[in-house]
Design a protein. Sequence first.
Length: 185
Amino acid sequence: MQQLEQQFLQAFPPVVDPDSRVLILGSMPSVTSLRQGQYYAHPHNAFWRIIHDLWGAFLPVDYAARTQFLLAHELALWDVVAACRRNGSADATIRDAVANDFAAFFRQWPRIDRICFNGQMAEKLFMQKVLKEQGFSALEELRPGLLACRLPSTSPAHAVSYASKLASWKVVWQWVEEETNEGCW
C-alpha cells in the first residue's frame, strides 16, 4: 500500500455507451478497485448489489457482466477525479485532485441528462473541481436541463443500513424506467 500512497493515482475511463442517460459519479476508485482495475471492487461496497437489486436482477460475479448490466439499463459510471494523491481509500485524504473533463464528456455523450453522486464527497468534489474550477456557474452550463441527485455512499465506511441505501438509490431506477424529471435537488 505504501507504493500506492506515494504515487499520483489515475482513475478509470468511464463505463458509457451512446444509449446511456444517467451518469453515476463516484469520487475516486478505492485502493482495492485500483489494484483490480474495476469500479467498486471492494467486496463490502454495496454499489453492484444495489444496482442489480433495483431491477430485481441476480448479481453476477463477472465484472464484465456487471458493467454490461449498467449499459443495458442506460447507466454510465465514472468518477469526478481523474487523478490525485491519497492515503488509503478514504475520500477525506484526497489531495492534489484533478477533475475529469466533463464539458468534453457531455459533448461526446449527448443523451446523458442526469447525474447521481455516489456520496457527499463525489458531489463536493464535482462542485469544487468541475463547476467552480472549470468555470461553470451551474449544472445548466454543462448541459441544459441536467438533473442531479446526491445519494448515500455505497462505501462500507458510510454507516447506513443497506435497506436505507437501497431505498434512496431507487431514484436511479425511476429515472430510467419511469423517465421522471424529478430530481433530488
